[in-house]
Design a protein around this ligand. Structure first.
Ligand SMILES: C[S@@+](CC[C@H](N)C(=O)[O-])C[C@H]1O[C@@H](n2cnc3c(N)ncnc32)[C@H](O)[C@@H]1O
Length: 362
């Protein structure tokens, strides 16, 4: 009877795993097909002088594929272990993305023009430039309106999904293990008393992962872009449970009291900051954490830990406007963390993302 129970219980699990793998392969194929189609169209229609990518050697492609498979495998395993529900693996607004997809194509000519003209300050005239740091007032990724419009916010998630061939959320979820481990320091408190801040929350994809792993915790998201926060609010209000609180502000000087969070996360921000701002954000996270609290960062892999992907990193820099990426690639985040006072600093890489975790000494 026992073994029969075991067999029947494992069938749905096996099917779910198969569905997850198939979905990831589908997303990867869609990402590759989109890139191939846009690069052909570019060959036909884009003006001279638009920077192109360097072809990836076979060895690098194989490494990328294997690394992506390992990521998918780990994502599944950690869901199976109960770090987050398996339903989170399938959490994607497909219909919504499908309706937005044509807008990505319609946006291409403007993107090419900005790339060709090296025009990186093409922002809406309504933007109050005094309200933002100068480094922020740029067309990151050459995207229309930078981070400063509802149009940009509507296309962001889909663009990232395509860029990473469907692995953006699996990479974001790699913060969850070190985060949950870090929160064990507060295990005697009720889960609903824990406060977790997601810095540079953008359109809220990381907050969705956090809500999956920490259904009771109080979640707060901060970002400089109110347009991105509006989009986050639309997505997050569909989730069960308490709505995360969304706050507009600069991560270098956040409007919260000292020591009021038990955990701080920050995903895909650091490569878009000048070095000094990176340090300021780390110091702010330190200030906001209660002693014993945990900081978990996720951002691009770097030259030192992933030299085999140097050509991929260079391509990213070549075709997307990422003014601080070159400096970021050789920046020691570990040194910055310890300069701010953090201890127990650890780092690991998953596909194209590096995860750092650190503790504020108790
Ligand atoms: C690449 S996106 C990452 C968004 C999100 N964390 C994710 O995983 O998709 C970078 C985000 O950082 C925000 N940002 C950039 N500089 C900032 C700053 N100084 N303070 C707060 N947010 C900032 C942008 O508005 C944007 O939403």
């Amino acid at each position: 009877m026992d073994s029969l129970d075991h067999r029947t219980a494992s069938v749905p699990e096996t099917l779910t795993k198969l569905a997850y793998r198939t979905m990831q392969q589908g997303k990867s194929l869609m990402g590759l097909a989109h890139k191939e189609a846009t690069s052909r169209l570019m060959g036909l229609l884009a003006p001279e002088g638009v920077p192109r990518t360097e072809p990836l050697p076979d060895g690098v492609l194989n490494n990328l594929r294997q690394s992506m498979d390992r990521l998918t495998e780990q994502d599944w395993r950690e869901a199976e272990q109960g770090l987050y529900p398996t339903s989170l693996l399938f959490d994607a607004p497909w219909l919504d993305w499908a309706t937005r997809y044509p807008l990505l194509w319609l946006d291409l000519p403007q993107t090419w023009r900005r790339r060709q003209e090296r025009n990186v300050r093409d922002l809406p005239s309504t933007v109050n430039s005094e309200a933002y740091p100068d480094y922020y007032l740029q067309n990151f990724h050459h995207q229309t309106d930078g981070y400063l419009s509802d149009h940009s916010a509507a296309l962001y998630d889909l663009g990232v999904e395509i860029l990473f061939n469907g692995t953006a959320d699996p990479m974001r979820r790699r913060i969850l293990r070190p985060l949950r481990r870090g929160l064990e320091a507060f295990a005697t408190r009720p889960a609903s008393a824990l406060r977790v801040l997601d810095v540079a929350a953008g359109t809220g994809r990381t907050l969705r992962q956090l809500r999956g792993a920490l259904p009771q915790a109080q979640l707060v998201g901060l970002d400089l872009s109110s347009a991105y926060l509006r989009q986050a609010n639309r997505w997050l209000s569909q989730l069960p449970g308490e709505l995360p609180q969304l706050v507009q502000g600069n991560a270098e000087a956040m409007p919260f009291a000292d020591g009021c969070f038990q955990a701080v996360t920050c995903v895909f921000l650091f490569h878009e900051l000048p070095a000094e701002a990176r340090q300021n954000v780390i110091s702010e996270a330190f200030r906001l954490l209660e002693p014993g609290g945990v900081l978990v960062l996720a951002d691009s892999v770097q030259l030192q830990d992933s030299p085999e992907f140097k050509v991929v990193m260079n391509n990213f820099r070549r075709i997307f406007h990422e003014p601080y990426y070159r400096d970021y690639l050789s920046d020691s985040i570990e040194t910055r963390l310890s300069q701010a006072g953090f201890a127990a600093i650890a780092a690991e890489s998953h596909f194209m993302t590096r995860i750092w975790s650190a503790r504020k000494p108790a």
